[in-house]
Design a protein around this ligand. Structure first.
Ligand code: SF4
Ligand code: SF4
Length: 365
């Protein structure tokens, strides 16, 4: 395993970190998965309340009782629904209790979507104030933030110098959108964790399209995507979601080759991305607060197939979603979209959702 300094914290974390949002139903097995990852060198474990139907922190708690090696824990507090300093304090105490810990190493102001939300986080009596107090009392080592903002806005937050690190959605598809945030973190010597390296599963699901990421014949496209993140300058730890022992082994194998990307390969990737890969929906579902209840992520998942291939592939995918019950006859059609814009304000990729739904409606005629 390769270990890197996380900003100015004095902590060295593994280049590949453990994302705790993919556990299955068996909690003992899941705890074993965590411990196996730790035995193989992973020392950065990321969780949050509500992950895996709110079981993730409990599973980590089980695993932490018998971890083979030293480790660091990252968890989060939501900054939505107008949380107060007191509520954040309660969440910290709750996370500590669930994981059986005395201290959280990296505590995130979770999922800052834009600068106005950041202002609410920092307001007197708000979440930051609560977390800072907990840090002063020794319940937190480092106060950090997670975000889906565009790079320029991430820079603005970093320049305020109130956080010691950042967790951002970053992968081979969307990296130009957040690159400025990584650069700002590097300039200010902040730790950078990246989430969503597989584009919400989009990269392995379309392995053939994304095979251009591979540098070695024997590596999988998922390993190539992890290597892409882990090799970028300024990125400290790349989180990979792991739910099985096999996934742990596969992710660890990424280290079989150096965590680098040659200049020529990077150029090739950037050329491909320039042809439209940065416009793909990652099916993260953050936009799913449609007042009309349109299943936006399912429709945009199908739209991806048109970007990657053809209208026929998109229509085949829509048929497949209907067959497996993800889309039903009774579901509201994209034609019902009122263009209210609520989904676009929430979209982590800042996609033109309304335009896409309108395009799909026209094609369906
Ligand atoms: S713009 Fe359309 S799809 Fe988006 S939230 Fe509004 S009604 Fe729903
Ligand atoms: S449209 Fe945007 S927010 Fe919604 S699932 Fe796709 S990437 Fe995520």
């Amino acid at each position: 395993m390769e270990y890197r300094e996380y900003g100015k914290t004095g902590k060295k974390v593994s280049a590949i970190g453990f994302g705790g949002m993919r556990f299955g139903k068996d909690e003992d097995y899941s705890a074993e998965v965590v411990r196996r990852a730790n035995a193989l060198g992973i020392n950065y474990f990321d969780t949050a309340p509500f992950y895996c139907n709110d079981r993730s922190e409990d599973i980590f708690g089980k695993a932490f009782q018998k971890m083979p090696e030293q480790f660091y824990v990252s968890t989060k507090s939501s900054v939505n629904s107008e949380p107060t300093a007191d509520k954040v304090r309660w969440r910290i105490e709750n996370s500590l209790k669930r994981m059986g810990l005395e201290k959280i190493n990296f505590f995130h102001m979770w999922c800052i979507m834009d600068l106005s939300q950041y202002e609410r986080v920092m307001a007197p009596g708000g979440p930051y104030e609560g977390a800072l107090k907990a840090k002063e009392e020794g319940l937190i080592d480092h106060l950090v933030f997670s975000t889906h903002c565009k790079g320029a806005d991430i820079r603005k937050i970093i320049e305020d110098e109130v956080f010691e690190g950042v967790l951002l959605g970053y992968n081979a598809i969307n990296h130009p959108y957040r690159q400025e945030g990584v650069e700002a973190a590097r300039e200010h010597k902040l730790g950078v964790a990246t989430m969503n390296p597989l584009g919400g599963g989009l990269i392995p699901q379309h392995g053939q399209y994304f095979s251009f990421l591979k540098q070695w014949h024997e590596e999988t496209v998922s390993q190539a995507a992890l290597r892409f993140n882990a090799s970028r300058r300024g990125i400290t730890v790349t989180l990979a979601g792991m739910g099985t022992l096999e996934e742990v082994e596969e992710n660890i194998k990424t280290l079989d080759h150096p965590l680098t990307f040659g200049t020529e390969k990077l150029k090739e990737i950037q050329e491909k991305i320039g042809k439209g890969f940065d416009t793909l929906c990652t099916t993260c579902s953050y936009c799913m607060k449609c007042p009309k209840k349109i299943k936006i992520s399912s429709y945009l998942e199908a739209y991806n197939l048109m970007v990657l291939d053809s209208v026929d592939r998109m229509n085949n995918h829509l048929d497949w979603l209907r067959e497996k019950g993800s889309l039903k006859e009774t579901d509201v059609s994209p034609a019902e979209c009122t263009a209210c814009g609520a989904c676009e304000a929430l979209c982590t990729q800042k996609l033109p959702i309304i335009q896409r739904l309108q395009e799909m409606t026209r094609m369906a005629k």
